[in-house]
Design a protein around this ligand. Structure first.
Ligand SMILES: Nc1ncnc2c1ncn2[C@@H]1O[C@H](COP(=O)(O)OP(=O)(O)OP(=O)(O)O)[C@@H](O)[C@H]1O
Length: 207
């Protein structure tokens, strides 16, 4: 009880927690984030940390210098989330949303970011495949890679202690509602996200 109180107090001092959104390719992370950013633009400070494409040598040097929170190689490309990009979000007083894969989740768990971990799960593998095919962004080879990775992700996501919340993205509206509910619950600025015009407008959003 006391620990809980302390952790609440600490999180109140540190500001709202960052949010990690993970899930298989095609699960709907971008779709949900787009809705969130649209609805809360200018009201609630969300921001998404995207991958930064630079040369491999430059990126490796940056990783070696400890400038990345997480990094990975996928399909021969290196990618990652730099501390600077998260800092830039913090400087704007926005909640930081990290859209990262399972390897990234594991890497973030070794940092002191202390985010809330949300897993976006497709309703089934066949629906995931259909959505990826309908999206028309992948070659057959890349599609197969993503489906294979998705199967692994689905298993790992069931490990206790990895994700705080699992949201099945069947109906988009329902999944979006659950995402909002989760963010309201973890945010001490719930008035803002719930659309309630709270009295105190001086709070800052950080991550
Ligand atoms: N609830 C849903 N019902 C039907 N289609 C959906 C739903 N959610 C997302 N989609 C569609 O599924 C496709 C994959 O979604 P999206 O691109 O958001 O996935 P993602 O998790 O961001 O994938 P990636 O990791 O590859 O970027 C998109 O074409 C999107 O429009």
């Amino acid at each position: 009880m006391y620990t809980r109180y302390l952790s609440r107090l600490f999180s109140a001092m540190a500001g709202p927690r960052p949010v990690v959104l993970s899930g298989p390719s095609g699960a709907g992370k971008s779709t949900l984030l787009k809705k969130l950013l649209k609805e809360y633009e200018g009201i609630f400070g969300f921001s998404v940390s995207h991958y930064h494409y630079v040369t491999r040598e430059y990126m490796q040097a940056s990783i070696d210098k400890g400038e990345f929170i997480e990094s990975a190689v996928f399909s021969g490309n290196m990618y990652g989330t730099s501390k600077a990009s998260v800092q830039a979000v913090m400087d704007k007083n926005l909640i930081c949303v990290l859209d990262i894969d399972m390897q990234g989740v594991r890497a973030v768990k070794t940092t002191d970011l202390n985010p809330i971990y949300i897993f976006i799960q497709p309703p089934s593998m066949s629906i995931l495949e259909k959505r990826l095919r309908d999206r028309e962004t992948e070659s057959e080879e890349s599609l197969q890679k993503r489906l294979h990775a998705a199967q692994v992700d689905m298993v790992i996501s069931k490990d206790p202690g990895i994700f705080d919340v699992v949201i099945v993205n069947d109906s988009l509206d329902d999944a979006y509602g659950k995402l909002k509910d989760t963010l309201i619950e973890v945010s001490w600025y719930r008035h803002d996200i719930a659309g309630y015009d709270g009295l105190d407008h001086t709070h800052h959003f950080t991550c």
